[in-house]
Ligand binder design. Structure first.
Ligand SMILES: [Mg+2]
Length: 341
């Protein structure tokens, strides 16, 4: 139960990877033969790069050594308890060491680059979601005060033939091709840091696969910055009993269901987090108010906790034919049901 799978729309291989840079001819999608971008243009200091890319260079320094970072849950976390940013100010630093550490990396002569998937924007590059995401990056960069080049891949899982969404290496290829001043990156010294590393509690492994596709070293945020300040650890001691097994199973199944049906990655991750919180909760949960103040448990999760407490199930799972708990039968039948979604 609760097994996670890679997103089918994002093949782990790098078959659509362009040739190593620098290169002169226009990059084309192998699948469609269309140019990767037609007519990038600048708006509000951002380069709008149709069909699915935005980027802004916040005065990054040029170097063949690139220190690249994911954004959410790597450099910053959400300030709100929502599943995704509520506005352009919805962020806090991953921990207070982030700015000083980035400054150190800068002083070692690295170009700092941020590669972030922002699938809520899709192809509406000038739409409201785009405006919010761009404004949020502007605010984050102002708070960090570090020169860096920020790339946003705006496609979600449902947009086919996209070259930019991680784990595909298109953002990196574009950086090398057009924004390194003709320098070739020194791959042995470059690295990428991200939280989607395929660890047991991670919602995905797209960051690790992105680094693998490029061929550079991969690290998780804790390797570089240490533990996050804001994580309120609700983990039971190792080997401790899960006093809320049926409820945590239900939330894990819900996360898998959301992932398989192409749900918003922020939402999938949030559900998974809540499942972990419930599994590690040191008491049997008998009321949603017991988990109300725990970081990561938002309004919609609270409603689901209530639903589970009063009905013993989650309607979303029932509708998909997924049973959890003592009456669930074996794993095979539950996952068989999922195959037909
Ligand atoms: Mg992340």
């Amino acid at each position: 139960m609760g097994k996670r799978k890679g997103t089918p729309a994002e093949p782990a291989d790098s078959s659509d990877r362009e040739e190593p840079s620098p290169r002169k001819k226009t990059a084309k999608s192998k699948a469609t033969g269309r140019p990767v971008s037609e007519n990038p243009y600048v708006k509000d200091n951002w380069t709008i790069h149709p069909p699915t890319l935005l980027h802004r260079d916040f005065d990054s320094q040029q170097s063949s050594k690139i220190a690249a970072f994911d954004l959410d849950d790597t450099l910053v976390k959400l300030k709100s308890s929502s599943n995704w940013p509520v506005d352009a100010n919805d962020f806090k630093l991953f921990n207070k060491r982030v700015p000083a550490k980035l400054k150190e990396i800068l002083d070692e002569g690295y170009k700092i680059v941020i590669f972030s998937n922002q699938g809520s924007i899709k192809q509406a590059l000038e739409g409201k979601a785009s405006e919010k995401a761009r404004g949020r990056a502007d605010n984050i960069m102002a708070e960090l005060g570090i020169p860096a080049h920020v790339f946003y891949a705006t496609a979600n899982d449902k947009i086919e033939d996209d070259l930019f969404r991680k784990p595909r290496p298109g953002m990196w290829d574009l950086l090398v091709r057009e924004h390194l001043g003709g320098k070739a990156p020194d791959l042995k010294k470059c690295y990428y840091v991200g939280d989607a590393a395929g660890r047991p509690n991670d919602f995905a492994d797209s960051d690790r696969k992105f680094a693998e596709a490029i061929g550079i070293k991969f690290m998780v945020p804790e390797d570089v910055f240490g533990e996050s300040d804001s994580k309120k650890s609700m983990k039971a001691p190792a080997g401790g009993p899960n006093l809320n097994q049926a409820m945590s199973d239900a939330f894990n199944e819900l996360a898998s269901l959301q992932e398989r049906s192409g749900g918003n990655p922020f939402g999938v991750r949030a559900t998974k987090k809540v499942a972990d919180i419930i599994a590690g909760f040191p008491q049997q949960i008998t009321s949603s108010s017991m988990v109300k103040s725990v970081a990561g448990v938002g309004k919609s999760s609270l409603a689901k906790v209530e639903e589970f407490l009063s009905t013993g199930k989650l309607a979303a799972l029932e509708e998909a034919g997924i049973k959890v708990g003592p009456s669930a039968g074996d794993d095979a039948s539950a996952s068989a049901a999922v195959q037909f979604l």
